[in-house]
Design a protein around this ligand. Structure first.
Ligand code: SAM
Length: 323
């Protein structure tokens, strides 16, 4: 499935809920509670149908995301259903890990192979300040994921000046000691909290250069369909990733689209272009009709985001689109 810029689209990020049990300061406002009503969420049957058709068009990878995907009831059953769709050979999950302690094993058994975990700090007070939650819960979740054999486990650290940028080296050491792959991420101007986080934006270039020297690192590679650039540390062989949507965008290799919990297909994280799948799904569209809608949608995928030129155009929160 090629878009109009010749990019092969083979990756769907599926937001299963816009709800989250944390309020990361760059993602959701502290007291925000105005979420989609569950009646509007796609049912598991609807999701499975859309994924089956995407798979016919060449999508092979699915990532469960949100919101916090593990807050969706019966998420293990959904994972099981998706992982057995013909043609889907990579099912992964983005999570804040707060519920992984109990869910890691069943998710692995249901076919989730690898996970990304948000972890911006190793300091209890700082974690509370950034997310509103408890660090211990996330750390126990990461331990449980490791024990369950989910691999690789990638740690996503959104870097913010004066908030957690002094913790990079500590996080590198933490991850190396536990066989976790750290990825540093630049803040994106998405929704009001994302706009506000622009004030703490850190360009990762100089950090990448410094870590490359410190660890005698060379360019590396990790499995996964995402946009990170990796360094491989000389001695340990550990990988450190850099996701730089603002300082060095990667739109020319973008291979994905995103489906929200209420069935809106967003064609670019940083643009407002979307196609409604919920209405046709609920008004009797045939498989051929839906395939046609998906194909037309892919052809309308924008060339690139405009985070630098038009930083205030994406008003929806990251938790809506699914990170
Ligand atoms: N709850 C899950 C999690 O914590 O990974 C999945 C959803 S979360 C929206 C996905 C990712 O988006 C997380 O790594 C989060 O840190 C990142 N994120 C959210 N808002 C962001 C922003 N404004 N800029 C950069 N990354 C952001």
């Amino acid at each position: 499935m090629l878009d109009s810029f010749g990019r092969k689209i083979e990756y769907l990020r599926l937001s299963v809920t816009d709800r989250c049990d944390l309020r990361c300061q760059y993602c959701l406002p502290k007291k925000f509670n105005h979420f989609l009503e569950p009646e509007s969420w796609l049912t598991f049957d609807e999701i499975e149908r859309v994924i089956r058709l995407f798979s016919e068009l060449g999508v092979q990878r699915i990532r469960l995301t949100g919101g916090e995907p593990l807050t969706r009831k019966n998420i293990v059953e959904l994972a099981q259903r998706i992982s057995t769709v013909e043609g889907i050979d990579d099912l992964s999950l983005s999570t804040n890990a707060t519920r992984l302690q109990h869910l890691a094993k069943p998710l692995k058994a249901a076919g989730v192979s690898r996970i990304n975990v948000s972890l911006d700090t190793l300091d209890n007070a700082n974690y509370r300040r950034i997310t509103g939650g408890l660090l211990d819960k996330a750390l126990s979740g990461i331990d449980a994921a490791y024990e369950a054999g989910l691999s690789p486990i990638k740690i996503n650290m959104v870097l913010m000046k004066g908030i957690n940028d002094h913790e990079v080296d500590e996080m590198v050491t933490f991850c190396m000691a536990r066989n976790l792959t750290l990825r540093l991420i630049e803040t994106m101007p998405i929704g009001e909290p994302g706009f506000e986080a622009t004030a703490q934006y850190v360009n990762l270039q100089s950090i990448e250069n410094r870590l490359a020297k410190k660890f005698a690192a060379v360019p590396g590679h990790m499995p996964g369909g995402g946009p990170a650039r990796y360094l491989k540390a000389g001695e340990s062989g550990a990988h450190i990733g850099f996701i730089t949507p603002k300082s060095q965008h990667f739109c020319e290799t973008c291979n994905r689209v995103r489906l929200t919990a209420d069935g809106q297909l967003y064609l670019c994280l940083g643009q407002n272009d979307k196609v409604d799948l919920a209405t046709p799904l609920r008004t009797g569209v045939t498989d051929d009709g839906l395939l046609n809608i998906l194909e037309q949608a892919i052809l309308a995928k924008p060339e690139k985001h405009e985070f630098n030129d038009k930083p205030y155009q994406v008003l929806r929160f990251m938790s809506t689109t699914g990170g």
